[in-house]
Design a protein around this ligand. Structure first.
Ligand SMILES: [Zn+2]
Length: 275
């Protein structure tokens, strides 16, 4: 699933190609992607122009003249820009016909969602209403995390909660905890101030590094338009079961935490409370 750095990469790539272009026509081949009223969606999006593209958490926000088009790629959603004449592929579900090209939403799993809302309703009628802080928000402090993480829930699960910090998924949660020397099973309520501080700074550092490298390209994610990320070469634990920890040479272990495959080093990330 694309996480914050991958969505940021998609945003930057699309921005170069879409700004100033007008949506002349739209074809919706699979209604399930559209999460707001579908006839309003079809009617209101025509003649709207792409003014800007933003990101919040893992959401893409296309700013149009009178509306925001909010898009969540979920597991496999991708955007492609193609010529009018290019045949429509099986998994291309939404086709935006622009001035001179088409923008196509491609999704093999069909889990992605799009919302078209009046500008004033962005934080009222979309899932953005629940979203937590961006990793670089000044309000993301030890006290903020203490308030939201003081639970008997594993820190891995807490990091994935989009209502607290938005944008972290399975890959980066593993990397943030490794860099912070925290066991993924450690409970939120047991985290020390130093550990909370490390989570904040390592979240910022790792996501920033990943954005610089265009995100991580593994199984479920390749950016649109043939842009490939390179952060997979910098992963220290995620997807590296049995390989050597770069710090202590012990084998990386894989466990399940709340159903999610979780990679960590049992030596560097020892859990003094749970083990
Ligand atoms: Zn280690």
């Amino acid at each position: 699933m694309p996480e914050l750095p991958e969505v940021e990469t998609v945003k930057n790539t699309l921005k170069k190609q879409l700004l100033g272009k007008k949506i002349k026509q739209i074809k919706i081949l699979y209604d399930g992607i559209i999460a707001t009223n579908i006839s309003d969606f079809k009617k209101n999006i025509v003649n709207q122009e792409f003014i800007d593209i933003k990101r919040r958490g893992k959401f893409l926000i296309f700013e149009l003249n009178d509306y925001y088009l909010v898009s969540h790629l979920r597991m496999e959603g991708k955007y492609f820009i193609k010529d009018f004449s290019s045949p429509i592929l099986k998994h291309e579900h939404i086709i935006f016909y622009l001035d001179d090209v088409t923008l196509r939403y491609h999704d093999t799993r069909k889990f992605g969602k799009m919302y078209l809302v009046k500008k004033s309703r962005l934080y009222l009628d979309t899932p953005l209403v629940h979203l937590g802080l961006e990793p670089w928000d000044k309000e993301l402090t030890i006290d903020y995390l203490k308030k939201h993480y003081s639970l008997n829930i594993s820190v891995k699960t807490l990091l994935l909660n989009q209502d607290v910090i938005a944008g972290i998924g399975n890959i980066y949660a593993d990397e943030i905890l490794f860099r912070s020397n925290i066991n993924p099973l450690k409970k939120g309520k047991d985290l020390t101030d130093k550990e909370l501080k490390d989570i904040i700074s390592n979240t910022q550092i790792i996501l920033q590094e990943a954005i610089k490298m265009g995100g991580t390209t593994i199984r479920s994610y390749t950016s649109s338009l043939g842009v490939t990320g390179h952060f997979q070469d910098s992963l220290k634990v995620h997807n590296r079961e049995g390989m050597k920890c770069p710090i202590c040479n012990q084998a990386i272990k894989k466990i399940k935490v709340n159903g999610r495959g979780t990679y960590y080093c049992p030596t560097c990330q020892r859990n003094e409370v749970c083990i």
